[in-house]
Design a protein around this ligand. Structure first.
Ligand code: HSE
Length: 284
């Protein structure tokens, strides 16, 4: 049988709307078994089928099983994982005719934007730039040792709903605000200057609008920052709040876990590092 392991991803990182995304060490594992009676109809199968159409090959029907660790509609890239899983499953069954660039092109076409699928495929922190049909990506090595502490609410927020609340136009000075923050964030991560991360996570494009959909959004961020986090941002389209902490600081993790248990007992806390490898497919 064919297996594909795909990391969860956290997009935007504050100001990098639809451009930045990061893979973290939490995974879905997709298993593909050839089966003539398969009647699957879901995002994984749709993505699987797209590879056969793209290559002009007859479909090989499969049954798909998912070992599902990425929560759905929480801003941690569960759809991106399904898309990349389906494409890479088909690619493995066909003897790997597609390279990563082809996989990224197909995955972006299905997802609509590259910021989750690119780190799911390549691992690490990925900057994606769309130029017409072409997607350029650059992987930025992160110098700081960091923990990514995800505060995951007990409710879903669909990306389409979270995109509906965004403004149609952006003020020129808000554009400058975000460009300056993205620049300082990438500098902080490339040089290891963790003191600049909080400034670099500030955003005027989406968080002020989406934050209103999440009860307690501002209070949680300010409480976690007071406990010593290096900064927080809305993960992808939300509702997960991602907190960044120094890699060696277990005290901060405990404090955040206690705070969430007391104030938001239905929420979950996941503690992660960056995944630098990205999705893998293999025969088991
Ligand atoms: N960049 C996307 C958004 C990520 O924020 O809407 C979620 O798919």
């Amino acid at each position: 049988m064919i297996k594909v392991k795909v990391p969860a991803t956290s997009a935007n990182l504050g100001p990098g709307f639809d451009v930045l995304g990061l893979a973290i060490d939490r995974y879905n594992i997709f298993t593909f078994v050839e089966s003539a009676e398969s009647k699957e109809e879901n995002l994984i199968y749709k993505s699987y089928r797209r590879v056969f159409e793209y290559l002009g090959k007859p479909l090989i029907p499969v049954k798909i099983q998912v070992n599902d660790n990425i929560p759905i509609a929480r801003g941690l890239g569960s759809s991106a994982a399904c898309i990349v899983g389906g494409i890479m499953g088909a690619n493995e069954i066909l003897g790997k005719p597609l390279d990563k660039e082809d996989i990224l092109k197909l995955a972006t076409e299905i997802e609509g934007h590259p910021d989750n699928v690119a780190p799911a495929i390549y691992g690490g922190l990925v900057v994606s730039v769309m130029e017409g049909d072409k997607i350029h990506i650059a992987k930025l090595p992160i110098k700081n040792k960091l923990n990514f502490i995800a505060l995951v609410p007990n409710f879903e927020l669909s990306t389409s709903k979270a995109r509906e609340v965004l403004p149609k136009r952006i003020d020129f000075k808000d554009g400058i605000y975000n460009v300056s923050r993205v620049s300082i964030l990438l500098t902080a991560l490339a040089t290891g200057d963790s003191g600049l991360i909080k400034l670099g996570l500030q955003d005027k494009f989406h968080q002020p609008y989406r934050g209103k959909l999440i009860e307690g959004f501002d209070e949680i961020i300010s409480a976690v920052n007071q406990k010593g986090a290096l900064g927080c941002y809305l993960s992808g389209a939300g509702p997960t709040i991602m907190c960044i902490g120094p890699g060696e600081d277990n005290r901060l993790i405990k404090d955040i876990q206690e705070y969430v248990k007391d104030e938001y007992p239905a929420w979950e806390v996941f503690v992660h590092k960056v995944d630098n490898i990205g999705a893998l497919s293999y025969i088991d």
